[in-house]
Write a protein that binds this ligand. Structure first.
Ligand code: ADP
Length: 172
């Protein structure tokens, strides 16, 4: 892939935080808040991946993300179904942000970052370490608890909690 690599003087620093966000958790939100401080604009981009079997549709996931980030003025919510590096070029973004919780995350993320670098050298991946408070937290764990009607209020924002209850039909 070709194109201008590095950013130019005066250009806006635009980062993309890609992921499934099925659904967004306090762990994601922590990364979003911290990353938003480091860039002029942060695009949270929901991957429209047909090979996964998500609980929430892309539209539901983007709606929830919009709701929980509405106080962050430089955060935009979008979705994509393309190679990440190509999507990033189309959005004029130079940096991809990913969160790391564990050594397992690191190994997977290193592979992804190396692949993306191989596809497009102009794209940089930046890792942010999890807030230790949320180092165990994943969308899968949240879904597992919610499925059995367990408490998730310490794991996800209220709008997500309500959406989970509706999905699993335990409105209590
Ligand atoms: P993906 O399917 O791409 O892994 P996820 O929605 O599971 O999408 O995660 C998106 C990104 O957020 C990944 O980089 C993941 O490591 C990071 N992440 C997820 N949960 C947490 C958390 N609790 N703390 C920090 N980073 C997290």
């Amino acid at each position: 892939m070709t194109g201008k690599a590095a950013r130019q003087e005066g250009e806006h620093r635009i980062a993309v935080y890609p992921g499934s966000f099925d659904p967004v958790t306090f762990g994601h939100l922590d990364i979003i808040r911290r990353a938003a401080k480091q860039f002029d604009k942060l695009i949270v981009a929901v991957l429209n991946n047909t090979s996964k079997n998500p609980l929430f549709s892309v539209e539901e996931r983007t709606d929830l993300l919009r709701e929980v980030t509405k106080d962050l003025s430089n955060v935009e919510i979008d979705s994509f179904r393309d190679l990440l590096v190509r999507y990033m070029r189309s959005r004029n973004a130079q940096v991809s942000v990913r969160g790391i919780r564990s050594v397992t995350d690191f190994e997977y993320e290193l592979q992804m970052a190396s692949t993306n670098r191989q596809l497009d050298e102009g794209i940089e991946t930046i890792f942010m370490m999890t807030n230790p408070k949320y180092s165990y937290l994943s969308s899968s764990i949240v879904k597992e608890i919610a499925k059995f009607g367990g408490p998730v209020q310490d794991l996800v924002p209220p709008a997500v909690e309500a959406a989970l209850r509706r999905k699993y039909g335990n409105e209590a």
